[in-house]
Design a protein. Structure first.
Length: 196
C-alpha cells in the first residue's frame, strides 16, 4: 500500500513540476521604418491591400527555416496580430511617412474605396532564419482609382539579421518592408509627377 501511495505522489509531483516550468509566450509586432516625412500632399490618398501571404506563415507562431527543406514553429514566440494585417499596417504607416499624407488606409476600410491609389500586396515568400536573414518576395501592384496608370513590380530581398533572437529577426522583416514601401512610394511619386 505504501508503494502505491509513493508512486501516486511521485506522479503528481512530476506533473505539477512539468506544468510549473512552462515558459511564457513572447509576442512580436512589425514596426514602421523610421524615415523622414516626405513633402506634404494633402489631396493624395492611398489604400493598402488586400494583402495575401503564404498559408505556411499565416499562423500565430513564427515559422523559422531550419534547413533547405525544413521549418520549425516557434511555439512560444508569436505574432501579436495576424501577420497579413500587421504587414498592411506597417506598409500603410511607411507610405504615410514617405509620401507626407495622413490619408492612408488599410483595405477594406470604408475610406479605401475613395483612395487615389491602391497598393495590392501578394507576399510569395516571408522566410525567417534566426541569426541569418529575413527574406521577402512580393508581387505588388499600384493602380489609380481613375482610369489612369497601373504598374506591377516584384521585390525580392534578404535583410540580414543583427543578432540571434526573435526580436532581431522581426526587426529585419520590418526593415525589408520599409524597402518594399520605398519602391511603392517611388511609383506613386512617378504617377503624381505625370499628372497634368
Amino acid at each position: 500500500m505504501n508503494r502505491l501511495a509513493i508512486l501516486i505522489l511521485c506522479t503528481f509531483t512530476a506533473l505539477f513540476a512539468g506544468c510549473a516550468s512552462t515558459q511564457p509566450s513572447k509576442f512580436y509586432t512589425l514596426s514602421p521604418s523610421a524615415m523622414p516625412a516626405g513633402a506634404a500632399s494633402a489631396n493624395l490618398s492611398i489604400s493598402v491591400g488586400p494583402v495575401s501571404i503564404p498559408a505556411s506563415v499565416d499562423r500565430p507562431q513564427i515559422l523559422v527555416r531550419t534547413g533547405p527543406n525544413q521549418v520549425s514553429l516557434a511555439e512560444y514566440d508569436r505574432w501579436a496580430a495576424p501577420l497579413k494585417s500587421d504587414i498592411a499596417r506597417v506598409i500603410a504607416d511607411n507610405l504615410a511617412s514617405m509620401l507626407g499624407t495622413p490619408q492612408v488606409s488599410v483595405f477594406p476600410q470604408s475610406s479605401a474605396a475613395e483612395a487615389t491609389y491602391r497598393a495590392g500586396i501578394d507576399v510569395l515568400r516571408f522566410e525567417s532564419e534566426l541569426g541569418k536573414g529575413a527574406t521577402l518576395d512580393v508581387l505588388w501592384t499600384v493602380s489609380s482609382r481613375t482610369k489612369g496608370p497601373s504598374r506591377s513590380g516584384r521585390t525580392t530581398m534578404t535583410e540580414p539579421v543583427q543578432g540571434d533572437g526573435y526580436a532581431e529577426l522581426v526587426a529585419a522583416h520590418s526593415r525589408a518592408l520599409g524597402r518594399l514601401s520605398g519602391e511603392i512610394a517611388a511609383t506613386i511619386r512617378e504617377f503624381e509627377a505625370q499628372k497634368p
